[in-house]
Design a binder for this molecule. Structure first.
Ligand code: GLP
Length: 252
């Protein structure tokens, strides 16, 4: 099998944020009506900051952009400081000229989460699918909240968070007991349907899982490994996250 992933290793956080933001900027310049799939977590915070600076300098116009976030905790109120709804406002939407009506995040307040999943998937389909999907990766290999399992979940679904994910994300909450135990997430098929994907990872804590995801077996035990089958994925890593793949890369 020809190796399809494009891997770029950068030296530090500043170069990481700039490189990723430039790629998103290029997508928006190429298609000002792009449908973007957006990620949360610590990794994209600096990337969004860079995009906000680019926008303030007049270099990026979000006026025609539509967005779909990957996931949201469940249950969680939009106003909770840890909701992805709050995160997106604070980190991006409140600082750029995006039409809020064109931004979509699964609702952690939905009474019927399954109906919310179905409606979300339908909205993505109606928008023509995702043009450009931004992804982080969990230390257990999850993308969105597609947790390691015996199968690849396909469409937007309601999921029990893995213990590792709850532990990882506890750093954002007052205590681990406050981390919601469930989430709504786009599925693997939803994500793989994106025309282009940008996978981002930083820090030594991601080095092992990056090796497994990019060069290991394609398995639902490492959900991000499915990206090896997509035809247009760019992976941007800092040196620490790339530490275990240097030798594999020279063989690609
Ligand atoms: C979170 C999100 C993912 C994110 C991942 C990594 O729980 N659901 O979309 O990519 O975990 O987060 P971080 O960037 O903070 O390491």
């Amino acid at each position: 099998m020809n190796y399809k992933l494009t891997i770029k290793i950068v030296k530090d956080a500043a170069e990481f944020n700039k490189t990723c933001a430039e790629k998103i900027k290029e997508q928006i310049a190429k298609n000002p009506q792009s449908v973007l799939g957006l990620a949360t977590g610590g990794t994209p915070v600096g990337v969004y900051k860079e995009l906000v600076s680019m926008h303030k300098a007049g270099a990026v116009d979000f006026g025609g952009i539509k967005t779909f976030n990957l996931d949201e905790y469940y249950p969680i109120e939009k106003g909770n400081s840890q909701s992805y709804y709050t995160y997106m406002g604070e980190n991006l939407f409140d600082h750029v000229n995006i039409n809020k009506a064109n931004t979509n995040i699964p609702s952690g307040e939905a009474k019927d989460p399954q109906a919310e999943c179905d409606a979300y998937e339908e909205k993505i389909t109606k928008a023509g699918g995702i043009d450009y999907q931004i992804l982080g990766i969990g230390s257990n290999g999850h993308i969105g909240f597609n947790e390691p399992d015996d199968f690849f979940p396909d469409r937007t679904h309601f999921v029990d968070l893995n213990q590792k994910t709850i532990e990882d994300n506890a750093r954002y909450f007052d205590s681990i007991d406050d981390v919601p135990k469930k989430a709504i997430t786009m599925g693997i098929k939803t994500i793989m349907g994106a025309k282009k994907i940008l996978l981002m990872a930083t820090g030594a804590g991601k080095a092992g899982i990056i090796k497994e995801a990019l060069f290991g077996n394609i398995t639902p035990k490492v959900p991000a490994s499915i990206l090896q089958l997509h035809s247009d994925v760019t992976v941007v890593l800092d040196e620490a996250a790339a530490a275990e793949i240097k030798s594999s890369i020279s063989n690609v």
